[in-house]
Design a protein around this ligand. Structure first.
Ligand code: SF4
Length: 346
């Protein structure tokens, strides 16, 4: 049982505790929950379109429909990508996309049910709360109706992307008109009410201060108290290289601080992920001793963070992932989408 840190104390802790102090405490919590195991999943990212009606300043993935590198996959083309992932041994498709009014709810339910009919053992994780909100607007449906349609098509778990950071001040600076905190939390509440799990995220490393980090985590912790529906929290480091936002990088010490602090503050969320694509494999390795217990996945075909300028390769093999974990002093455990260890036969 982790002792709860109240928000006022949390701000002081974030401001004044050293990264080493936070790391030592977070490592104790992580080891009490997960021992020396570090999990990972064999997965792929499927981003069927980069055409977006929004123009978030921090995003280098979005394109306008007449841009030369804009794309929008037909269902058959998306299935071809999934087939390549299946040949690589994936067990999960992480489906996250830009907000393209040409791709309505019918497109997504058809895509998801085609994936499930073709590969019944694959888990589809998609879409984000922001996409669900967008589909509800263009289809004139409630959030509930969109969530239910996705579940009926075969979605088993929902991703946490699109939360960015809840602070209105920072959202203005980030230049985003994405659905705000209230909508993000509402959609996740609906998902959890269906007995389905989701993840939560926070985009950090731009303009946020200690109070705003705590505000964000407090909102997630409160919803988790209410529903228990979040499986994992994923702090996402902002990569600015190809975006118009020129913010000073805060460095690996800050990454580790965010991870350790999240592990301590989010006493009711079981897993903290070190997302190696945005952190870099090296920082993600260190993060395993600062509270993180999962490295996400092999991530065949990640596009979004790499388009922002992250200098990492498009995926890792299972062997590379295991070596990364072992070299950091932990025992690698392959898992499924629900954090259950995968038992291999033979
Ligand atoms: S972050 Fe998402 S909503 Fe914003 S511009 Fe990029 S793809 Fe569109």
């Amino acid at each position: 049982m982790i002792e709860r840190i109240d928000s006022k104390k949390a701000v002081e802790l974030f401001k004044y505790a050293s990264v080493t102090e936070l790391g030592v405490q977070a490592d104790q919590v992580r080891r009490s929950l997960h021992g020396n195991k570090t999990t990972f999943i064999k997965n792929m990212h499927l981003n069927v379109t980069n055409i977006c009606v929004n123009n978030c300043r921090f995003c280098s993935f979005k394109k306008k429909s007449n841009d030369k590198d804009a794309y929008s996959l037909k269902i058959s083309e998306a299935i071809e990508q999934v087939e390549k992932g299946v040949k690589e041994g994936i067990r999960e498709v992480h489906l996250v996309n830009a907000l393209n009014p040409e791709l309505g709810l019918k497109y997504y339910t058809e895509l998801i049910s085609t994936i499930k009919n073709t590969y019944p053992n694959l888990v589809v994780k998609g879409l984000t709360a922001i996409e669900i909100d967008f589909l509800s607007k263009i289809e004139n449906l409630t959030h509930e109706a969109v969530v239910d349609a996705l579940i009926n098509a075969g979605v088993e778990i929902f991703p946490g992307g699109g939360a960015e950071i809840f602070s209105k001040r920072v959202r203005r600076l980030l230049g985003t008109s994405k659905a705000p905190k209230e909508v993000y939390l509402k959609v996740h509440r609906i998902i959890h009410s269906r007995g389905i799990k989701s993840n939560a995220t926070m985009l950090y490393g731009h303009y946020e201060n200690a109070e705003e980090v705590v505000e964000h985590l407090e909102a997630l912790r409160s919803l988790q108290d209410e529903t228990g529906g979040f499986s994992a929290f994923i702090p996402l480091r902002f990569v600015s290289d190809n975006t118009p936002l020129k913010v000073e990088e805060r460095g690996a010490q800050y990454d580790l601080k965010i991870i350790a602090f999240s592990r301590l503050f989010l006493d009711n969320i079981e897993h903290i992920k070190a997302y190696w694509v945005s952190l870099s494999p090296e920082v993600a390795q260190v993060a395993l001793s600062f509270g993180a217990d999962d490295l996400d996945g092999t991530i065949y075909r990640e596009r979004i963070i790499r388009s922002a300028g992250a200098q990492v390769k498009p995926g890792m093999t299972e062997q590379e992932m295991k070596k990364l974990i072992q070299d950091a002093g932990f025992v690698p455990v392959e898992r499924d989408s629900h954090f259950r260890a995968v038992l291999k036969v033979g």
